[in-house]
Design a protein around this ligand. Structure first.
Ligand SMILES: [Zn+2]
Length: 322
């Protein structure tokens, strides 16, 4: 999306300045504050668009634009897949959609509960879509609502947090669910506990594009909030699929080639599981393990220091009881 479109939302004049003028304007008016723009989307297959989020933690500067979002355009309507980390990011996504099509947004699908994937939902309420998610998503969001809202407000600051609300799905995926956008069938699948206990994948039959949500991290270190054994087992199972042309990670490039997509993530998770099992056998404590397990992976991932020790702790808690 061109920069001029994105700033129009901020009651700035809705016409295009040369980029140089824009930069000066931003610097003067917003100080160090950047905005989410340009919120660009790439058409990775006919009618399938993806925005690649930044490889960053939530900050007031990025408005929670740290995860991938996407949309698929059918004959009669649009399905949105994840909405970003704040209403502001959701609004930018909506603008990007409107730059491509005027069709109604019929579905907003959340791939899982994490704030960077669901907190843009509020921007879509006026479009009156059906919100869709894993059958366990409403419960997961309700249980974490207070913690998520508090953390987001702290990390994003007032401006970016403004308007945030938790919007739970009303159409639930129990096992598999087919939705039709008009000559375009999407197959949604609810998975057993892996990255979280409420991961949903979205498969576009027409192009063989599979949206994996955070079941796939590329470049960005994985974040474990479910079951390391379940995640590894699910990756093995998904790897068998022959009907996939490309996949979209929750964090990483907009489109990743199949079937090699899982190689790095599998290696990372298997390394942690192996190291943690060894350390448990040796009687090492959680604190010692968190400091040392999986360190051979350090240079392979962005944001390693922000997530890795937590991943090891989660794996330790799970594998201790094997
Ligand atoms: Zn995420």
């Amino acid at each position: 999306m061109p920069m001029c479109v994105a700033i129009a939302r901020k009651t700035w004049p809705a016409f295009c300045f040369p980029q140089v003028v824009l930069v000066i304007l931003f610097s003067a008016a917003l100080g160090a504050q950047a905005i989410t723009a340009p919120y660009d989307v790439r058409e990775i297959a006919p009618g399938v668009f993806v925005h690649e989020g930044r490889y960053e933690l939530f900050t007031p500067r990025n408005f929670g634009n740290v995860s991938n979002t996407g949309f698929i355009v059918g004959r009669d309507g649009v399905a949105v897949i994840d909405t970003g980390g704040s209403p502001r990011v959701g609004a930018d996504l909506l603008k990007a959609i409107r730059a491509k099509t005027d069709l109604p947004i019929t579905f907003v699908i959340n791939t899982h509960m994490h704030p960077d994937h669901v907190f843009g939902n509020a921007a879509f309420v006026d479009e009156k879509p059906t919100f869709v998610g894993h059958r366990k998503l409403p419960r997961a969001l309700a249980a974490r609502a207070r913690r998520y809202l508090k953390a987001n407000e702290e990390l994003l600051g007032k401006e970016a947090f403004d308007g945030t609300q938790i919007i739970a799905p009303t159409l639930l995926v129990g096992d598999k669910l087919k939705v039709d956008l008009g000559d375009r069938v999407l197959i949604l699948e609810a998975h057993k506990t892996a990255h979280t206990d409420n991961d949903v994948t979205v498969y576009d039959k027409q192009t063989g594009t599979l949206f994996l949500g955070d079941l796939l991290f590329a470049k960005h270190v994985p974040a474990l909030d479910g079951s390391i054994r379940g995640w590894l087992a699910l990756l093995d199972q998904l790897s068998q699929r022959k009907d996939v042309a490309r996949v979209v990670p929750g964090h990483g490039p907009a489109s990743v080639d199949w079937p090699d997509a899982f190689a790095a993530e599998k290696r990372y998770l298997a390394r942690i599981a192996d190291d943690v099992r060894t350390f448990i056998e040796q009687g090492r404590t959680l604190a010692q393990t968190a400091k040392e397990a999986g360190l051979s992976e350090k240079d392979a991932w962005l944001l390693f220091d922000a997530y890795h020790a937590r991943n090891v702790s989660a794996a330790y808690a799970e594998l201790e009881w094997e």
